[in-house]
Ligand binder design. Structure first.
Ligand code: 13P
Length: 253
């Protein structure tokens, strides 16, 4: 069992150092990981005293002639402890493939960075049914992104694309169903020994699974406690310090 974690993905916000510093201070608490844009990494590392800091992406090599890329080793040496890989915005807008995600995840997990691998159905799927095809899509993302990895330092974020930034989070019971599906896929990938008789929802596979997609102060508890996710990956609502504090209060329970 893990303590619940809440990861703030600021995406490409804010647009100046002062705001980044203020937001980091307001969001800083135990159990929280702040993932700012790279330009504010140092500012946020200085401001954060109780929480942790993560990157939204990195390259799959430690150093060399890779213009414009960011080294995972440099991030680690700066004090960054988490990295997000394969966010759907990178997969869909920047054409990142599961093969790219796999190369990055192998590198970051080996370096000891906690690596958040994001998966989720395509935008067309409104997640109003538990359909086989979309579950298979997630299974493929997991199998390809986690090829030849070990589960140490791995965190999975389940983010259905239709829920991201849309203000339309998916119903808790469907999210829970997907979480259990992801658990089964991970059990298969890593050959984790579980009692066949065990109810999948109560099996502890020692890999945190987070929910992301239109999380706000009013629905955070239902994903954490009704669905039973190990944490949340929060986008838009992490950009408002007071609102984000209210989400973070949910992990005190
Ligand atoms: P929103 O919380 O804005 O829907 O974004 C979710 C997300 O993409 C976090 O990585």
């Amino acid at each position: 069992m893990f303590n619940k974690i809440i990861i703030a993905n600021w995406k490409m916000n804010p647009d100046n150092r002062e705001e980044a510093e203020k937001l980091a201070s307001l969001s800083d608490r135990e159990g929280v990981v702040i993932c700012p844009p790279f330009v504010f990494m140092e500012t946020v590392l200085k401001a954060v005293k109780k929480g942790k800091v993560g990157a939204q992406n990195c390259f799959c090599e430690e150093k060399g002639a890779f213009t414009g890329e960011v080294s995972p080793l440099a991030l680690k040496n700066m004090g960054c402890e988490y990295v997000i890989t394969g966010h759907s915005e990178r997969r869909n807008i920047l054409q990142e493939t599961s093969e790219n995600v796999n190369r990055k995840a192998k590198k970051t997990m080996n370096l000891g960075l906690k690596t958040v691998v994001c998966v989720g159905e395509k935008k067309e799927c409104k997640c109003d049914e538990r359909d086989y095809e979309n579950a298979e899509y997630i299974k493929k993302q997991l199998q390809e992104s986690l090829l030849e990895t070990s589960p140490e330092n791995l965190i999975i974020a389940y983010e259905p694309v239709s829920a991201i930034g849309s203000g339309c989070p998916i119903p808790t019971y469907i999210a829970k169903d997907r979480m259990n599906f992801i658990k089964k896929v991970l059990i298969d990938i890593y050959q984790i020994k579980v009692d066949d008789e065990e109810d999948i929802a109560s099996v502890d596979i020692n890999i945190p699974i987070l929910y992301g997609g239109s999380v706000n102060k009013d629905n955070a508890s239902s994903y954490l406690y009704d669905a039973g996710f190990d944490g949340l990956l929060v986008g838009g609502a992490s950009l408002n310090g007071e609102h984000f504090q209210k989400i973070c209060e949910k992990i005190k329970k």
